[in-house]
Design a protein around this ligand. Structure first.
Ligand code: SF4
Length: 442
């Protein structure tokens, strides 16, 4: 756990000698707590104090990288239990299990579908991250399936096998992709840890309870393997959530380094709704990687949308640049719709304007990412701000009319806006869904 300024102060010599450049040891402690100073600046730190401070500066949950290049997945390095305390930093990786019992054409077909699982939502691209190849039969089939996956997707790889020799041969084929190796257990760790070291790949550590998992990671660390992902192998959703929460809690609140790694959850349910629900629960608390079997876009999009929402900064709403946006071949006679720069609002309005097929302009006002009613209530979406936005955008030079369409929810400001801006104000629909018919009848 990161030390507070006072915790750090207790470890300092308290002589106020000023050699660190600060007037007191307390001032230096406060700078260290804010990560605005380095411990090397104090030449009088004891070895024990230095070690304690260095350890406290380590991330409580280690950052682990799977894969390389544009498809690499980074998970971990989380610092809080609750999103409102700060933010979650590295979005949960979503991957799909492909079993080697499938035929070549079925594997290729599934990979083709997986590769197409890319969506755009509120201006961001939502993508899946991993493909896990699982051995179910003989080694040759596993190697063949691994090669097929390697050759037909650029996504990160997970190699799942209970056979060390099969893992080794698969690793030889795909080592350049830096796959995640599944898995080391208390029984096989001596051999599997050597593979992780030889191929420089991250390794999943699996044990059936947290104390055994803790012993396993300590043992793996002592063998020189530190790039770990934790798996408690729980089968029921209730046990999964309990374990995931305890791992996060022990790492963050108890500074338990043996559990300070990202976690993996494997969800397999023949019912796609159940599978989506279980995966969503694990994404929310606190899996860092979720592997599922379902590859249907409806299932995947709902999980990616949830992930996007959880991993945005709650203190910074998603925003777009406040400016004038043409939609379609907008010209000087095109209507001008006014909205805010909250991404969700803007893209909802944009979608409806596009659906109307009437070339238009949308002017997004800087409301610091607030939606229409919130912005209006917080005095960020006001006649003054809208006037300022249309002046900055030079709207009078872009269109040959002087008419603005404002959201129906802020009809109350129409008179004031006309006075302040000198533009005629037309009150539009309250809901974006009403925009197409509104524009057609304008
Ligand atoms: S150099 Fe060390 S002992 Fe001297 S004031 Fe700074 S923190 Fe205190």
């Amino acid at each position: 756990m990161a030390f507070s300024g006072l915790d750090i102060y207790k470890l300092l010599p308290k002589t106020n000698c000023r050699e660190c450049g600060l007037v007191t040891c307390l001032a230096f402690a406060m700078q260290l707590a804010k990560k605005a100073a380095s411990i090397d600046k104090c030449p009088y730190l004891s070895t024990e104090a230095k070690k304690a401070l260095e350890e406290s500066a380590l991330a409580p949950i280690k950052l682990i990288t799977i894969g390389t290049g544009n498809s690499k997945l980074e998970v971990g390095n989380e610092t809080v239990l609750f999103r409102h305390e700060e933010k979650f930093h590295h979005p949960c990786g979503l991957g799909f299990i492909i079993e080697d019992s499938l035929g070549d054409s079925e594997i290729k077909e599934r990979l083709d579908k997986i590769n197409k699982l890319v969506f755009e939502r509120v201006g961001q691209e939502l993508k899946v991250n991993l493909v896990a190849v699982r051995q179910t039969g003989d080694k040759e089939k596993f190697i063949r399936a691994t090669e097929l996956v390697f050759n037909n997707t650029q996504l990160g790889l997970v190699l799942m096998s209970e056979e060390t020799e099969a893992l080794k041969e698969a690793l030889i084929k795909v080592r350049e992709r830096k796959p995640l190796i599944y898995h080391a257990t208390l029984e096989n760790m001596a051999v599997v840890s050597k593979l992780a070291q030889e191929f420089q790949c991250p390794l999943v550590a699996t044990a059936l309870d947290l104390d055994k998992l803790s012993s396993l990671t300590r043992e793996l660390n002592s063998q020189g393997v530190g790039e770990l992902v934790l798996d408690v192998g729980a089968t029921s959703l209730k046990d999964k959530i309990w374990d995931l929460t305890q791992i996060r809690r022990r790492a963050l609140k108890k500074s338990d380094r043996s559990l300070g790694y990202p976690t993996l959850s494997i969800i397999e349910n023949e019912d796609p709704y159940e599978e989506t629900m279980e995966a969503a629960t694990c994404i929310a608390k606190y899996a860092n990687i979720v592997l599922i079997k379902g590859i249907e876009p409806a299932e995947v999009l709902s999980l990616l949308t949830l992930r996007q929402n959880i991993y945005t900064d709650p203190q910074k709403p998603l925003q777009i640049e406040p400016k004038l946006y043409p939609v379609g071949k907008a010209g000087d006679k095109s209507p001008v719709l006014v909205t805010t720069n909250f991404s969700l609002t803007y893209y909802t309005v944009l979608g409806e304007v596009e659906a109307s097929k009437i070339p238009s302009f949308i002017i997004s006002v800087d409301t610091e990412g607030m939606s229409v009613l919130t912005g209006w209530a917080a005095e960020k979406f006001t006649p003054e701000k809208i006037t300022d936005s249309i002046n900055k955008a030079g709207l009078a030079e872009v269109v040959s009319h002087k008419r603005l369409i404002i959201p129906g929810y802020v009809a109350v400001m129409s008179g004031d806006l006309e006075d302040k801006s000198g533009w005629q104000v037309v009150v539009g629909p309250k809901e974006a869904a009403g925009i197409p018919s509104f524009l057609k009848n304008l």
